[in-house]
Design a binder for this molecule. Sequence first.
Ligand code: HPA
Ligand code: ZN
Length: 344
Amino acid sequence: MSDVTTATDARSESVEFVRRLPKAELHLHIEGTLEPEMLFRFAARNGVETRFTSVDELRAAYEFDDLQSFLDIYYQGAAVLRTEEDFHDLTWAYLERAAADGVRRAEIFFDPQTHTDRGISMETVILGISSAIERGSELGVSTGLILCFLRHLSGEDALHTLEAALPHRSKLLGVGLDSSEVGHPATKFVAAYDLARSEGLHLVAHAGEEGPPEYVWQALDVLGVERVDHGVRAMEDAALVARLVAERTPLTVCPLSNLRLRVVDDMAEHPLPRMLEAGLVVTVNSDDPAYFGGYIGANFGAMIESCELSRDELVTLARNSIEAAFITGDDPLFSDFDAAVEAL
Ligand code: HPA
Ligand code: ZN
C-alpha cells in the first residue's frame, strides 16, 4: 500500500472515530443550514423570487472575502423563510444531519430580527423551530434554543426583541450576539443582557472572530457571558488566554467558517491545536454549514486532514463540548460519553 493510501485510510478512520463519539454542537445558526435546494423549494412554495436561477449558480455565489460579504448573502437567503412549516422543516433537516454525525446535544442559534424586520412574527419563528426541536429526542438529540441579537442593530432593538420573545420564555435556553462584529461594541447590549440574566437565561456572544481580543474581554466583563463563540483571536492576548483557561470558559470554534471567511488563510494554520495545547476549553462546531462546506463531521474532518489531531485530542474536543453544554451534571450524556470512550 502506498503512503498516500495509508494516510487517507488513517484519516477516514479518525473521521469515523469522531462520528462515534457523542458530541454537543454549540455554535450553529439555524438560518445557516438553509441548503440551496431547500432555498429554492421554500421560494417556490411561498412565491418568493430569488435572483438566482439554479442551485449551481447559488453555490457559486458562496465565495466570501470576509464576514460582511457572507452576511449580505445570508440575510438575502433567509427571505424565503416565511411560515412555521418552513422553520420546522429547516430545523428538522439540520437535526437529521447532526444526529448522523453523532451529535447528541444541539444548542441552536436563531436570529429573530432577520425575520421580524420583514414582517414575520416572533411566534411563527419560535413555534416553527420549537416544533422540530421538541421532537429531537426521536433522533436521540437533546436541544436548546438560543436567541441571538444582531449586533449591527441598536441596543434598544435588541431589548425590544427579547421583550417580544418573553411570552415564549419556556422555549428559550439563552441569548447570544452575532452579525458584524467590528465597530459594534458589546456595550450597546448591556440592557438586553441584564434582562436576559434576570430571566434566568444563559448568556453567550460571538467575539474574537474578526474583532481583536478586546471584544472578548468585553463579552466577559461587560455582558458576563458563560461561553464565547469563535474567540480564536483571543490567542493574541496571553492574559486573556490565562483568564479563559483559569475560568474554564468554553470557546465554540468553527474551523470551516474561519477558512471560508478568511479569518485564517490556510486550515493548516488554524489556531485550534495551539488552543488545545494552551488548555482552553475549545469545541468544534459548524456555524453556517450550508454556506461553509459542511456540518460538524466535515469540520472535524477538515481539522484531522490539515492539523493531524490525535485520538486523545479528538476525545478532548468531544468531551469539552459536553462540559460546555448548558446541561446539568446528572445528564445521561456524561455517562453515555464515558461508555462510548470505554468501548472505542
Ligand atoms: N459571525 C457573526 N454572525 C454570524 C455568523 C458568524 O460566524 N454566522 C451567522 N451570523
Ligand atoms: Zn456564528
